[in-house]
Design a binder for this molecule. Sequence first.
Ligand SMILES: [Zn+2]
Ligand SMILES: [Zn+2]
Length: 339
Amino acid sequence: MSSRFLRLAQILVAFVTGGFSGAVAPAASLAAESASAAPIAKGRVRALKITLLSTMLADGDELGEWGFSALVEVDGHRLLFDTGANKDVVLRNAESLKIDLTTVPEMVLSHWHSDHVGGFTALREAVRGKAPAALARTHVGEGIFDPRGTVSRGVEINPLLLAKPAYEQGGGTFVVHAQPVQLYPGVWLTGPVPRKFPERNWSGRAERKTPAGFVEDTLPEDTAMIFDTAQGLVVLTGCGHAGVVNIIDHARTFVRPAKVHALLGGIHLFSADEKTLGWTAERLRGFGVENFIGAHCTGVEVVYRFRGDLGLDRAHAVVGAVGQTFELGQGINPGGIAR
Ligand SMILES: [Zn+2]
Ligand SMILES: [Zn+2]
């Protein structure tokens, strides 16, 4: 078999096994599946809209919860970043906001915590019958499937590890990233983030099983999305357990050392002490953050504090709410309650 024919056969198999139904565009290029594939040339994002689908605060007909999820629409691609905590909240909020999830082929899961993967199985099941390729490819950071335990160490508590077999049997594919990757021109996943600064932005005492035994779970897989735009970097985090400063500092090494045009999502500072908040604000100011949606575990007080510390006003720094959007060129549309 010639290599050219083999390549064609691989593409056909990918379409068949990917369940390409015509309802959605084919998902990421084959390059995303293989670490050995040639990288995409660095590009810039032209059109970007991010809509919050799960966070604590909600307007009107939508539901709030302790969780996080956002729809990313970027240069014709649609991705669901995290899936909320309860199995039906993102589904209901998407319906209420008239967002059709059957046209979203890909997901990104930031980390294993149940407030980010709680809707994962139900969302895929809700769209699979109508559109087999919808939500069928899921990008994650290496370490997300490591077994997790508590002090008792007896019971598996990683819901994603438990959900993996059924997702794969139903035609879903996980793409595990150990390094930063550019999914589309200017659209990046950090993969696991080096912990250069000693940020400890997580709660709880879960333990992660390694070949050497149980260790403290520092969420090594914690992955953020970075969008490289003409206005600077747009950073989307789930809980930001790797530390928001570590995430941005790392992104500036592999994307480019640009200012941060927008920081959106959860950065898990709601219970941080004064010293941590001061240190973090100083660095975010140094990164030139111009827009800030502090959603989920950021902390309400922290958003208002950072609004002042970063020299922003109420149009450029808001508490995250379901239905809220950030759009390149338009800025933040805060919705009703967060206005
Ligand atoms: Zn978390
Ligand atoms: Zn969280």
